[in-house]
Design a protein around this ligand. Structure first.
Ligand SMILES: Cc1cc2nc3c(=O)[nH]c(=O)nc-3n(C[C@H](O)[C@H](O)[C@H](O)COP(=O)(O)OP(=O)(O)OC[C@H]3O[C@@H](n4cnc5c(N)ncnc54)[C@H](O)[C@@H]3O)c2cc1C
Length: 408
C-alpha cells in the first residue's frame, strides 16, 4: 500500500476543473466591474447558487473531504477568479463554520440553510467578532450579552466592526462577552435572526482591495434574541464558564491574552485564498513576459525577468504545499505542534503580496493601470496579511508554540 501520494483523485480533479471553469467564465470577466462599483455582486452570487457553488451542500461536501483538500482547492480556484467576488461567495461559509463549530445539531439544521437562502432568493450571512478596540486582542472585546432569565432571552449591546456582509446579511453570528472576568474564555456566540430589532449597519468601509466584498460596522442596541440562539446552549455554556472560573481561581491559566489559537484550523483556508490570487498574478505575468517584446525579443528572454518568474512560481507552489499539509493535518486530527495552520497562512499571504507586486513590475506601465488585472490583484492581496490574524499575530502564534509558551 502506498503510504503517500500527491496525486489528486479523479473526483477531486473534476471538482477543481468545474470550479476553474466557473472562475474563468463567470467570476474573472465580472471582476473589474464589481471592483469599481464597490458593491456586493448579487447576480454573480446567484449564478454561483444556480450551478450549486453557492450552497450549503457544496460547502459541506468540500468540508468533509477526508483528504482535507476540498476546501483549499475550492478557495484557490474561486479566488484565482477574483478575490472580492469570491469573498462575497464564501463569506457566508465563514459564518456557517461559526455555527458548525459551536452549535447544537438543531441550531445547525435551523440556521445554516437560512444563511444561504435559495436559488431564486439568495441570502448571505455575517460573522461578527472584531470590534473597534478588539482586533488582534480579541480578549478586550466589549459587546455584552446579558441573560434575561424571566423571558429566557439574551440582550446584546455593543458595536462590531469589519464584518464581512455585516448589515446586509440575513443571519448574523455575533460573539459577545458573557463573563468579563474570564477574558476570551468568557465569550459566547449568538445567532441574531433576520429582522431582529436593534441590529443595524453602521458605516460601510471603502477599501483598498476586495472591493466587491461588503465590509461594515454592525451596531447592536438592546438586541433581544431567544435563549435558543445561544450557540451550544445554556447548559454547556454554564459548564464551560464554571471550569474556566475554577482554573482562574487556581491561577494556572492565562486569561487576559488574545484568543490567538482559535482559528488555527481555519487559517489554511485563508492561505488557499492567497494562493489563488498569487497564482492568478503569476499566470498573467508569465503570459505577458512571453509575448511582450523589447530590444527585439520577448522580455522573458532576459534572465532578470525569467528569474523573477521562477521565484514567483516556486513561492506559489511552496505556499500551496504548506496549505495542503495544514489542511490534511486539520482533517486528520493531527495536533498543530508547530502552529502549521498559522505557518501556512503567514507564508501564503506574504507570498500573495510579493508575487502580485512582482507581476506589476513585469507588466511595466501596463501593470500599473486598470487595463490589466494585476493592479487589482495586488490591492486585493493586501488583505491576506491582515484578516484572520495579521502576519505579526501568525508569527507570535508560531513562535510561542515553538517555545512551548501559552498562546491564549
Ligand atoms: C476587509 C476585512 C474583512 C474582515 N472581515 C471580518 C469578519 O467578517 N469578521 C470579523 O470579526 N472580523 C473581520 N475582519 C477584522 C480582522 O480580522 C481584523 O482587522 C484583524 O484581526 C486585525 O485587527 P485590527 O484591524 O484591529 O488591527 P490591530 O489589532 O489594531 O493591529 C494593528 C497592527 O498592530 C500589529 N499588532 C497587534 N498586536 C500585536 C502584537 N502583540 N505583536 C506584534 N504586532 C501586533 C498588527 O499585526 C497590525 O500590524 C476583517 C477585516 C478586514 C480589513
Amino acid at each position: 500500500m502506498a503510504g503517500f501520494t500527491m496525486e489528486l483523485s479523479e473526483e477531486q480533479k473534476e471538482v477543481r476543473d468545474w470550479l476553474h471553469g466557473f472562475a474563468a467564465g463567470v467570476i474573472r470577466p465580472a471582476a473589474a466591474e464589481w471592483d469599481e462599483r464597490e458593491e456586493t455582486p448579487w447576480p454573480v452570487i446567484q449564478e454561483a447558487a444556480k450551478v450549486g457553488i453557492y450552497s450549503l451542500d457544496f460547502y459541506a461536501q468540500q468540508y468533509f473531504d477526508p483528504t482535507g483538500l476540498g476546501i483549499p482547492m475550492a478557495m484557490e480556484e474561486l479566488f484565482w477568479g477574483d478575490a472580492g467576488i469570491a469573498l462575497s461567495i464564501v463569506g457566508t461559509g465563514l459564518a456557517a463554520v461559526g455555527v458548525l463549530a459551536n452549535g447544537t445539531e438543531e441550531q445547525i439544521g435551523t440556521w445554516v440553510p437560512q444563511m444561504y437562502g435559495d436559488v431564486n432568493d439568495v441570502k448571505v450571512a455575517a460573522f461578527c467578532s472584531s470590534e473597534p478596540d478588539a482586533g488582534s486582542d480579541v480578549a478586550s472585546m466589549r459587546t455584552r450579552a446579558v441573560y434575561d432569565e424571566a423571558r429566557d432571552e439574551w440582550v446584546l449591546d455593543g458595536t462590531k466592526t469589519w464584518a464581512t456582509n455585516g448589515g446586509i446579511a440575513d443571519v448574523h453570528v455575533v460573539v459577545a462577552v458573557v463573563d468579563p472576568e474570564l477574558g476570551s474564555k468568557g465569550h459566547a456566540s449568538f445567532i441574531v435572526p433576520p429582522g431582529t430589532p436593534g441590529l443595524s449597519q453602521g458605516q460601510k468601509f471603502r477599501k483598498h482591495g476586495i472591493r466587491a466584498s461588503h465590509t461594515a460596522e454592525v451596531v447592536l442596541d438592546g438586541v433581544r434574541v431567544p435563549g435558543s440562539c445561544l450557540l451550544g446552549g445554556k447548559e454547556k455554556l454554564d459548564e464551560r464558564l464554571a471550569r474556566a472560573r475554577e482554573k482562574a481561581e487556581k491561577g494556572g491559566e492565562r486569561l487576559k491574552n488574545a484568543a490567538m489559537a482559535t482559528f488555527e484550523a481555519s487559517r489554511p483556508a485563508v492561505g488557499a485564498m492567497a494562493v489563488g490570487t498569487a497564482r492568478a498574478a503569476y499566470e498573467v505575468a508569465l503570459d505577458y513576459a512571453r509575448t511582450r517584446e523589447q530590444f527585439g525579443r520577448p522580455i522573458i528572454d532576459n534572465q532578470g525577468v525569467a528569474f523573477q518568474l521562477a521565484d514567483m512560481r516556486t513561492a506559489v507552489d511552496a505556499a500551496r504545499l504548506l496549505v495542503w499539509r495544514a489542511s490534511w493535518m486539520a482533517v486528520n486530527g493531527r495536533p498543530f505542534t508547530a502552529a502549521e495552520g498559522s505557518m501556512s497562512k503567514l507564508f501564503a499571504s506574504e507570498t500573495a503580496k510579493k508575487v502580485t507586486a512582482q507581476a506589476i513590475q513585469i507588466l511595466g506601465g501596463n501593470g500599473y493601470t486598470r487595463e490589466y488585472p494585476v493592479e487589482r490583484m495586488h490591492r486585493d492581496a493586501a488583505i491576506y496579511t491582515i484578516f484572520e490574524g495579521t502576519s505579526e499575530i501568525q508569527r507570535l502564534v508560531i513562535a510561542r508554540t515553538l517555545a512551548g509558551m501559552p498562546i491564549r
